[in-house]
Design a protein around this ligand. Sequence first.
Ligand code: URA
Length: 241
Amino acid sequence: MRLDKLLANMGYGSRKEVKNILKQKKVSVNNSITKDGKVHIDPSTDVIQVGEDTVHYQKYIYLMMNKPPGFVSATVDDKEKTVIDLLPSNIQHYNPFPVGRLDKDTEGLLLLTNNGELGHKLTSPKKDITKLYYAKIDGHVTSEDVNRFAEGLELEDGYETKPAKLRILIAGESSEIEVIITEGKYHQVKRMFAAVGKKVTYLKRLKMGMLELDPSLKNGHYRELTEDELTLILPKKIADE
Ligand code: URA
């Protein structure tokens, strides 16, 4: 990889700004100052320094966020605040994107990465990745609803959902539930409850596949996935590429 591209990718500015840093003799490769941005670097063996900083090159980033309400799961939006706005600029320069969507008012586990292949694998309808949600429901959720979710039910547009596991935590005039779905259709959980005549008043994603939301992560906060968490969601093949 070219030195100027690597520095730009690592957040040392635009290509033009990087050119200036090089001109000012601030960059060294293996302890020798270089002003040439075109030199090819092997990030796994070459030691690159900018001033006092040693540059630790990282191609991919994998973040877990506890998405707060009021933010859209997109990288840019004309009107709304996006989940990317919650990240500092030293993380934004990796160009992460949210893997799958949570509605603006939905909270909880959101994975962000710049690894397009992983993003594709986790959202592919063929993969049947399970998603666990906790929800508050306006209405009395019954065992009949549990059976209807288990059988798969018809949404208002005629779409037949795949079987879903509904667990009642509290049943009453307003209920609390957990539901596991394998699909990610638009407003899926809300529409499934609408199909049984009930309204979701609060929705939070707790788990995607084997990856669980860190309960210590406050609303709007994020952290990088640990190595162990990464192996739960990332096939070895993609990680090594
Ligand atoms: N189902 C929904 O209705 N909304 C979400 O944000 C996620 C799943």
